[in-house]
Design a protein around this ligand. Structure first.
Ligand SMILES: [Zn+2]
Length: 417
């Protein structure tokens, strides 16, 4: 494998210039999908891509593809990218890093006069965050056929339901002419900050992402009987909150029982009638289970249902456990993961394998093309926060790995691949 290097200072300068668009007082970024600021960031990115000799196309859902030609225009492209939108109190690196790293790869190849075999495309996916328009990862989801295009375009603004994603993309000039998806991708790479504490704690600049963990989300309704908090003796009560509390404790215990890879969270609870002198008659809460192995998620599902049934019967309650969302574990393409690992080794970067705890555009791309991700540490493992931070040398390391992994994938592209 080759050992080529990017220009880390130029990468950092681009990231900082991009972070000025939507910059917040606390040093973060607020650049919501399909907003005026999103449009400004898109225009800056496109200007840079065109200056680097790329041809830019925008599809109907606003995904941007900047293509650097290769020797054979008929080969499917090798892609590298991520997203430009942020959370309302987001940071400077989530998403932006993957797009700017793709741009830096193109600029470095230009500096080196390196001609790839296949075309190389830098991509910026629309609305990855899902915070203004839910769900998340809509641009990559539409591109890969997870979401129908019309449904995706008619997604409504969570705070201004009269606005749709499609309408807002049109307003900002990014409802493009290109059809969404339906074309071959030779390989997809996404560089991203880890958004967790593992790499920083291990003192490693690079994580080789072997896949994304699976998720099972539930909505649970516990029903008892409302009654007066004073005259109702303890043995007669059917207290839905007591039952729910035992179930929530069970969720936490199930997570610990499958540690360290499992995550189990109750993040939303509604108590009815939520009155201090009425015994709660009904409780609604959500459960978010995550694990990289499907069989473990299945075991966690069984344990949850058993714990809920037991807590309900001991309190004489009814319980309804509804699975709300299931997202299977996504292993990335072993060949590409191997190319990323080899690139890190050749560059002399200490690294470890890691599983992504969050969803990313790469998880949808993995459904239609060989895909892989490269993680770099972020300070304190903190993301989706204005204080999100990353070290320039780690960002450079991840981009160097991206460059060499992209070239390895390019060498492997064959027609009809
Ligand atoms: Zn992201």
């Amino acid at each position: 494998m080759r050992n080529l290097r990017v220009n880390g200072e130029r990468l950092w300068a681009s990231l900082m210039a991009l972070a000025r668009i939507g910059a917040t007082e606390k040093g973060g970024v607020c650049r919501l999908a399909a907003s005026d600021l999103d449009a400004e960031a898109r225009r800056l990115f496109i200007g840079w891509c065109e200056a680097a000799g790329c041809t830019v196309t925008v599809d109907r859902i606003g995904n941007i593809f900047a293509r650097r030609p290769g020797r054979d225009p008929d080969l499917p492209p090798v892609m590298a990218g991520s997203h430009l939108d942020t959370q309302p109190t987001g940071g400077r690196f989530d998403g932006a890093y993957g797009v700017m790293a793709g741009l830096e790869v193109v600029r470095s190849l230009n500096d080196l006069g390196y001609e790839t075999k296949a075309p190389l495309e830098i991509v910026a996916w629309t609305n990855e965050e899902g915070s203004r328009f839910s769900p998340a990862m809509v641009g990559s989801g539409a591109f890969t056929g997870v979401f129908g295009i019309e449904g995706a375009l008619s997604t409504r603004d969570n705070n201004a339901p009269e606005l749709t994603l499609g309408g807002e993309l049109e307003r900002i000039g990014f409802a493009g002419p290109a059809p969404v998806g339906g074309r071959k991708v030779a390989a997809y790479f996404e560089a991203h900050i880890e958004q967790g504490p593992i790499l920083e704690a291990a003192g490693l600049p690079v994580g080789i992402v072997t896949g994304a963990q699976g998720q099972r989300w539930y909505e649970i309704t516990v029903t008892g009987q409302e009654a007066h908090a004073g005259p109702t003796p303890m043995p007669r009560r059917r207290d839905a909150l007591v039952g729910a509390a035992r179930m929530i404790d069970a969720v936490n215990r199930i997570g610990h029982a499958h540690a360290p890879s499992a995550c189990a969270t109750v993040g939303f609870v509604q108590v009815s009638p939520n009155s201090r002198n009425t015994i709660p008659g009904q409780v609604f809460f959500t459960v978010d289970f995550r694990h990289p192995q499907d069989e473990v998620l299945t075991a966690m599902d069984r344990e949850l249902r058993a714990a809920c049934a037991e807590a309900a019967s001991s309190q004489r309650l009814e319980v309804a456990v509804e699975e709300f969302w299931y997202f299977p574990p996504t292993p990335f393409a072993p060949k590409l993961v191997g190319a990323v690992r080899e690139a890190a080794r050749v560059q002399g970067y200490p690294h470890q394998d890691i599983v992504s705890g969050a969803g990313h555009d790469a998880v949808y791309l993995a459904r239609i093309a060989p895909s892989a991700m490269i993680f770099v540490p972020c300070v304190g493992g903190i993301s989706h926060n204005e204080i999100e931070d990353a070290k320039p040398e780690d960002l450079t390391a991840g981009c160097n790995v991206l460059l060499n992994a992209v070239l390895e994938a390019d060498a492997a592209v064959v027609s009809g691949a």
